[in-house]
Structures are given as structure tokens and as C-alpha cells.
Design a protein around this ligand. Structure first.
Ligand code: PGA
Length: 253
């Protein structure tokens, strides 16, 4: 079975102590994950080591960075490179979250560089795509997300791309309490998989987990994850409440 993933995206939330407590509470629930199930915590940079040591002993629990820089190294004050993350045993990195695209001007071309650097450093990118509201209203969301994949991922060889995780996050559903319906989610996830299949073949497309993100909550996760092409979620707000994220992990197929 394809990997099923509950990924927490803390964004710029929690003090160090609050983060530690949140992890303790979630891990304290002792949810046993099946071989194909993963729980990943994308935490702020200063919490990576703490989180890594919290999850180290746990089967199928991982730490992720929320970003990395698109250059290898050098005079980029305040930035963090993929090589630095690798040197801290961080195995996952969120790339191209819509908030970074919007507030930090990240382009598809820059994200292609980030994805390359992640792979060079043995880090699995959790590559985010998704359309804004005006694109959804115009009905052109398929072309929009397909272009995001093409411009940031399709230069990769099949043996690399098959290891990626994709998160489809419609921007109009992020932090708004509006969720895509299960029909909308399944439809676009299936479309994304078909675009990947068109480039790399069915076998590769069927291996790639495609997560849904955008107001995933404890009470809608099960329904969303039940869609054939939805392989879990990238969760913001609800990942900050231990009881809610526990339910979301339990909702994995
Ligand atoms: P949300 O955020 O769950 O708060 O909508 C999701 C995300 O931005 O990854």
C-alpha cells in the first residue's frame, strides 16, 4: 500500500516548552502506526533537534523542516540549507508552502532548486501545490496545479520523483475553516496523479503519496482520507491541539 501520512505543520506557533508538551501529549497516546503509516512533525528550525529526539525511538514518527534555502550555502544571513538539515538527521522538508510562495516570493523555479538540494541531501521534500480562490472560481485549477508540478518537479528523473510526497493545499481552504469537499479533493488528487502518470508512468504515479491540506480537522479527516487518492493530510491549526492531531493520525487508512 502507498504510504499514508499525517503531517503536522506548526507554522510559526508554540514556544519551545509548548512544543515539547504538545509532542509529549501526542506521543503519549502511543498510537501504533502500521508499516505504511507515518506521522511527521514540521516544526520551526530551533525545535528540530528537540523534536528529532522526541520521535527517535518511535516507529514511523519523523521530524520535518518547514523550509530550506534554494542555494547550497553562502552569504544568506538567517537562512538554513538542506545540507544543514541533513547534518541534523532531518529527513523531510516542506517545500513551496503557499504562505512561503506568497510572503517570501518563492517561485516554481526556486522550488525546483530546493527540491534538487533536498534530494542531494537525502531529504524527502513534501512539495506543496494548490490554487488560490480566483483560479478555483474560474475553474482553471487543474492547469494551475499541473504547471506547479511541471515547473518544479518534472526535471527530476523517475527514481527521484517516486520518493517525493505531494501536498495539495487549495489556498482558499488554508486556515479558513473551509474544506474542499471529498469530491473536490478526490477529483483534483486523481488529476494530479494522472499528470504524474503522463510524465513518469502509472507505476511511479501510484507510489507517490498525495496529502490533502486546508482545514483538516479531527471531525473531517476520516472522510477526506477515505478518498482513494487522498493519502493523508498536511495539517496546520488542528495539529496544535494534541487531542485533535491524535484523532487525525488515527484517521489514516
Ligand atoms: P490549516 O493549514 O490546517 O490550518 O488550514 C494547513 C497548511 O497550511 O498546511
Amino acid at each position: 500500500m502507498r504510504k499514508q501520512i499525517a503531517a503536522a505543520n506548526w507554522k510559526m506557533n508554540c514556544t519551545f516548552q509548548e512544543g515539547e508538551k504538545l509532542l509529549d501529549d501526542i506521543l503519549g497516546a502511543e498510537i501504533e502506526l502500521a508499516n505504511h503509516q507515518l506521522a511527521i512533525f514540521a516544526v520551526p528550525y530551533p525545535y528540530l533537534l528537540m523534536t528529532r529526539s522526541e520521535v527517535e525511538e518511535e516507529q514511523n514518527y519523523y521530524v520535518a523542516s518547514q523550509n530550506c534555502h534554494h542555494k547550497k550555502s553562502g552569504a544568506y544571513t538567517g537562512e538554513v540549507s538542506a545540507a544543514m538539515l541533513h547534518s541534523m538527521n532531518v529527513n523531510y522538508c516542506v517545500v513551496g508552502h503557499s504562505e512561503r510562495r506568497e510572503y517570501n516570493g518563492e517561485t516554481n523555479a526556486m522550488l525546483a532548486e530546493k527540491v534538487n538540494l533536498c534530494f542531494e541531501n537525502f531529504i524527502t521534500p513534501i512539495f506543496c501545490c494548490g490554487e488560490p480562490l480566483n483560479i478555483r472560481e474560474a475553474g482553471t485549477q487543474n492547469d494551475y496545479v499541473a504547471a506547479q508540478l511541471k515547473e518544479s518537479l518534472f526535471h527530476l528523473p523517475a527514481d527521484k520523483v517516486k520518493n517525493i510526497v505531494i501536498a495539495y493545499e487549495p489556498i482558499w481552504a488554508i486556515g479558513t475553516g473551509k474544506t474542499a469537499s471529498t469530491e473536490q479533493a478526490q477529483e483534483i488528487h486523481q488529476y494530479l496523479r494522472s499528470v504524474i502518470a503522463g510524465q513518469y508512468g502509472e507505476e511511479v504515479a501510484n507510489e507517490i503519496p498525495i496529502l490533502y491540506g486546508g482545514s483538516v480537522k479531527a471531525n473531517n479527516a476520516k472522510e477526506l482520507f477515505s478518498c482513494a487518492d487522498v493519502d493523508g493530510g498536511l495539517v496546520g491549526g488542528a495539529s496544535l491541539v494534541a487531542g485533535d492531531f491524535i484523532e487525525i493520525i488515527k484517521a489514516l487508512k
